[in-house]
Design a protein around this ligand. Structure first.
Ligand SMILES: [Zn+2]
Length: 332
């Protein structure tokens, strides 16, 4: 029993560290737009998470919530133990990462042909590639209990209703992010990019997405154009445009995109196109692509706005009337 506990503690440490490592690496791969490699790393991080959780339960650290909260407040202090290597420990995971290393040596992402759908057993963390078996070969858990990392969902798992809602919300979000900023601030780069060029870039990408969506809806499994959509670097020119024009261009483009998508049947959303990297993918994949891309840049724009306002207020400090100060402090 003592020996078992020791092994469970070693597993908890090893798997927790492995989970964190793969999870952060997956986030970084997405940032570098290596979406299939990110999908692989996300699957590997869940392999570790499932196993860490199992070890944690084995150690008797999970009781009723009341006891768990008490335990948490008391300060859970697991013994740290030597773990050995925490990543690259499985035969299949090493093989898949070998494929990723090969693709990266050619300066590209893995293609869908090179990395099939992945599944992770939700009970034991067994990793599987391709069509999943009816049950886990390791522990017998049925297929319904597997976590999936499918090519079609590599961009995200939002369905049509949520996708349309996010696309609808973006112009209002953009309007709020631009409010009360003068032209100089809107053109001023913060961390490399200005709000104007980011907005111009969002329009460029909306047009690429709409073209692809139109092809998918109008043709039988079309080859999707432009493996290289317009980059942010090409958007620097928008710094010299009037903000009104940039905002109108975005809202007009988005209106056309929504006109194309509104009222589509589920079958229409599952029509497919062929993408050089992702293989045959449904319209929902591309919908998640544009929404995910936009979300990243909207966060970036919110940060730039925050930094710009801070810079402006440092130049012209707002002096509060003395009687207001205590009220604000009390409002904390
Ligand atoms: Zn299993």
């Amino acid at each position: 029993m003592i020996h078992d506990d020791e092994e469970a503690r070693r597993l908890l440490c090893s798997m927790s560290l492995g989970y964190t490592a793969y999870h952060v690496w997956a986030t970084q791969a997405r940032r570098e737009r290596k979406y299939n490699i990110a999908r692989l790393l996300e699957a590997l991080s869940d392999v570790k998470r499932v196993r860490a959780e199992r070890a944690f339960r084995t150690l008797g650290e999970v009781g009723k919530t009341l006891a768990n909260i008490e335990r948490a407040l008391a300060g859970l202090e697991p013994e740290t133990v030597a773990t050995g290597p925490v990543t690259g420990t499985g035969v299949l995971s090493r093989e898949l990462m070998g494929r990723a290393a090969h693709a990266l040596s050619e300066g590209r992402d893995l293609t869908a042909e090179e990395l099939d759908d992945l599944y992770v057993c939700g009970s034991c963390g067994e990793l599987m590639e391709g069509v999943p078996p009816a049950s886990c070969a390791e522990c017998g858990t049925v297929r319904e209990g597997f976590l999936s990392f499918r090519v079609a969902e590599a961009m995200g798992t939002l369905g049509p209703t949520n996708l349309v809602r996010r696309l609808e919300q973006a112009p209002e979000t953009v309007r709020a992010l631009l409010a009360d900023l003068d032209d100089e601030l809107l053109s001023r780069p913060v961390g490399g990019h200005s709000l104007k060029e980011l907005l111009g870039h969002l329009t460029d990408m909306d047009i690429v997405f709409r073209e692809r969506a139109w092809l998918i809806l109008e043709m039988e499994n079309p080859r999707l154009p432009a493996a290289h959509p317009p980059t942010l670097e090409k958007a620097a020119v928008y710094r010299n445009y009037p903000i009104g024009d940039l905002f109108d261009a975005f809202t007009n483009s988005r209106r056309q995109t929504l006109n194309l998508l509104r009222g589509l049947t589920p079958a229409a959303w599952h029509r497919t196109g062929y993408h050089a990297i992702f293989g045959t993918i449904p319209l929902t994949h591309q919908g998640n692509w544009i929404v995910d891309h936009e979300r990243g840049h909207l966060i970036e724009m919110a940060q730039i706005r925050h930094d710009l306002l801070e810079q402006r207020d440092q130049q012209r400090p707002i002096v509060l009337p003395p009687h207001l100060v205590p009220e604000i402090l009390e409002g904390e």
